[in-house]
Ligand binder design. Structure first.
Ligand code: PEP
Ligand code: MG
Length: 759
């Protein structure tokens, strides 16, 4: 059964559109269960009806025509109860409704299972049989497994289908919504520009061309080059193939030679597609034909065709316009499968208003960069058929982590209002730079920044930051192809230290692993977040650690504003070992004649084990800093980068708030100062609570600093403490969030909460 399941899923995955996806499912499931009928009813949300979308065994003419309301029939019951219903004679059931024109009268046995994707009901998968009998347990289990596995494919195909209809203007579906996770808050509206890495056939976006003649000529030129290349490849492969294999290879050499493939592609170009898109479609179809073949050898040939396609694409891309020649429209929203910092650099900043990445996380390098530039960003929008959205209008909502493709005028107006409000708020905050973050009753809260790039420094100073609470040193490591030398590191660090001197600069030692890999130091692990990350890596590689510490110490020579911070610490042993290595570096440099002062040393509290050892740590170090991003992830056991569980990642969870308060109280018992450098400090409501808890420093991205300052200047310390006392006893994160928003509004700080945006 497992093998059948695997094959069906594979075949379904290869199907090009929703219709074919559904068709493959009903045909293959019917055959696998040896039943008379298999059908799929998809839920049409607008009409609140299940529509028969594919069938094997019922009257084909009824497909697309027959539907039943969500409360009707056994199908309706399956959807309402969200569980399988297995009946030996459906007609005898009180809920049964006969669907006219389908010819289902002669079928008795019925098994329906809901198709659910991310808690959303998509439809119902049904099998029926003439016999009066119950489907057995293994059949039921097969159907449930099938439906669970196919739900994602159906959702994706549905999304792609509706996007296609939008781009072809065959359907005016508006407000098509896709969910992701926020990489940077804010709202952007504009046309999508899809960017792909070179020679990635799957990633080629659909794009129309006006000058068809020129496009055909471009393609023919590329084809001539490809022919030569393919023949060369063919010759070298032919030597290693058996004669029957050689024949097959000759076939697709001929496919190029006699213009068959070329002809197909040219026909698509003539229909208006750009050459790369036409190539992708044609190759895709041929690949699919091969991958459907039963013979495993022939199936494997799909890979060869794909390879040919990639070669052609390389030539086409070489002869196509360079990225720098692409004219980016005003208000570009850049869309990519995996956004990279290099891509960010391709778009002129004055044209770029938003970023969408299908993969990646709110913590990925590109998202961190986007935050430091203040560009609204969505990450992990996994269901977005990104190659199909080129040129379509998009609303990017970085507050709720949603993108709307082809939004309606009403929705655009709604979001334009949000942008206007944001602009007003930001304009009002500009005058705050020179003012202190002081509450109405005179409590002074130091506001520091998180940095990673040298560009962050200027922004941070411009916004009135009083120190750096977290310099993510892994970022300069990530932009390179190999470990930077001590001298390189020293120069980079010096820029941060110098720009802020005499204000303090907290440099975190290399925090790689987890979701922050270095291309030149790959770490393969099943559970990277519970694996070799942060201090664990650097203590296992003292040579890397020592070089970095030496570079930091040398960079701070004569400035004396360096604080060194250790990430992901779980035990005192790690602190002691790190201190020993830092002392060794200090001593070594002094022996070499450098004038090195002992830096302040601190640890990050990022895991539950550290929370319960704060006092022990505090006795060993000069400061404590809470990494609330990781702490939230580890306390709640929710991957901070996984869009699937993003709604469970709640910084205002009562357990997180309790832990945050406990940390301050414990550290203060040892008279050690505590800062926080996770994203929570960047949220105005979070900042108020953290101040009330007693945090000595709040460190955040420069973009949010003025908002936080405004919030703290708009409340008294006493009022903040009352608010904390009210919140800390609450047991539900949603209620806490709602209470915070409403209190902020009462205080006249409503404009700092998440803007009122439609659901
Ligand atoms: C954190 O975990 O809160 C933190 C500040 O570090 P990073 O986000 O870089 O993991
Ligand atoms: Mg962290």
């Amino acid at each position: 059964m497992l093998e059948t399941l695997r094959k069906i899923v594979q075949e379904v995955n290869a199907a090009p559109d929703l219709e074919s996806v559904l068709d493959v499912i009903v045909r293959r499931v019917q055959r696998a269960i040896r039943t008379d009928v298999c059908s799929i009813y998809l839920l049409d949300r607008q009409r609140e009806r299940y529509v028969l979308m594919a069938t094997q065994g019922l009257n084909q003419k009824s497909v697309g025509r027959v539907s039943l309301s969500v409360e009707e029939g056994v199908v309706g019951m399956v959807g309402q109860r969200a569980e399988p219903i297995n009946l030996e004679d459906a007609a005898a059931h009180s809920a049964f409704t006969y669907l006219k024109g389908t010819g289902e009268k002669k079928f008795h046995a019925f098994l329906g299972v809901p198709i659910i994707h991310h808690r959303t009901l998509l439809g119902v998968l049904v099998v029926q049989q003439k016999l009066i009998r119950k489907f057995d347990e293994s059949e039921e289990a097969f159907m449930v497994t099938m439906s669970a596995q196919l739900a994602g494919v159906i959702a994706h195909a549905e999304a792609t289908g509706s996007i296609l209809q939008i781009s072809d203007h065959t359907k005016n579906e508006a407000d098509r919504k896709f969910e992701g996770v926020s990489g940077c808050i804010g709202v952007a509206i504009g046309p999508a520009v899809v960017m792909t890495p070179l020679a990635d056939l799957d990633g080629v976006p659909d794009r129309k061309v006006d000058d068809i003649k020129a496009e055909v000529a471009t393609f023919k030129r590329a084809l001539a080059q490809v022919r030569r290349d393919i023949k060369r490849v063919g010759r070298s492969l032919a030597k290693r193939l058996r004669s029957e294999e050689r024949e097959l290879f000759d076939v697709y050499i001929r496919m190029l030679d006699d213009n068959a493939l070329g002809g197909e592609i040219i026909a698509r170009i003539k229909a208006g597609s750009w050459a790369q898109g036409a190539l992708k479609q044609v190759i895709g179809e041929h690949v699919q034909q091969f991958s459907m073949m039963d013979d495993p050898y022939l199936r494997e040939r799909a890979t060869d065709i794909k390879d040919l396609g990639r070669r052609m694409l390389t030539f086409l891309q070489e002869s196509g316009p360079a990225l720098s020649e692409i004219v980016f429209p005003e208000n570009t929203i850049l869309v990519a499968d995996e956004l990279t910092p290099a891509m960010l650099g391709e778009v002129p900043t004055e044209k770029l208003v938003g970023l969408i990445s299908v993969h990646g996380s709110g913590n990925s390098h590109a998202a961190i960069l986007a935050r430091s530039m203040g560009i609204p960003t969505l990450m992990g929008v996994v269901d977005l058929p990104y190659t199909r959205v080129e040129g379509l209008n998009v609303i990017l909502d970085g507050y709720s982590g949603r993108a709307f493709i082809n939004p309606s005028d009403d929705l655009i107006e709604c979001y334009q209002e949000v942008i206007r409000e944001e602009d007003e708020v930001n304009a009002g905050l500009e005058g705050l730079k020179e003012l202190p973050a002081e509450t109405t009753d005179g409590y002074r809260m130091p506001l520091w920044v998180n940095t990673g790039l040298i560009a962050d420094v200027a922004r941070a100073l411009d916004r009135g930051a009083e120190g750096i609470g977290l310099y993510r040193t892994e970022i300069p490591f990530m932009i390179r192809d190999f470990f930077p030398s001590e001298q390189d590191q020293m120069e980079t660090y010096r820029k941060q230290l110098e720009a802020f001197a005499p204000r303090p600069v907290t440099m975190r030692t290399l925090d790689i692993g987890g979701d922050k890999p270095l291309s030149y130091f790959p770490i393969q692990e099943d559970n990277p977040f519970l694996g070799w990350r942060g201090i664990r890596v650097t203590l296992d590689h003292p040579e890397i650690f020592l070089v970095q510490i030496r570079a930091m110490l040398r960079a701070a020579e004569g400035l004396d504003n360096l604080r060194i911070m250790l990430p992901m610490v779980t035990s005192v042993r790690e602190v002691d070992e790190s201190k020993r290595l830092i002392a060794q570096a200090v001593e070594g440099l002094r022996e070499e004649g450098h004038n090195i002062n002992q830096p302040l040393i601190g640890v990050m509290i990022e895991v539950p084990a550290a929370v319960y050892q704060v006092r022990r740590f505090a006795r060993r170090v000069d400061f404590i800093s809470v990494g609330s991003n990781d702490l939230t992830q580890y306390l709640l056991a929710v991957d901070r980068n996984n869009p699937r569980v993003a709604d469970l990642y709640v910084p205002y969870h009562p357990a997180v708030l309790k832990a945050l308060q406990f940390i301050v109280l414990e550290a203060h018992k040892e008279n050690v100062s505590v800062s926080i450098c996770g994203e929570m400090a960047a949220d105005p409501a979070g900042a108020i609570l953290l101040m009330a808890m007693g945090y000595d420093v709040l460190s955040m991205n420069a973009t949010n600093l003025p908002k936080v300052k405004f919030a703290l200047r708009g409340i008294s310390f006493e009022r903040a403490k009352t608010l904390l006392n009210e919140i800390i006893v609450m047991g539900d994160a949603d209620k806490i969030q709602a209470a915070l928003s409403s209190r902020l509004k009462e205080l006249g700080l409503g404009q700092l909460t998440r803007p009122a945006i439609p659901d």
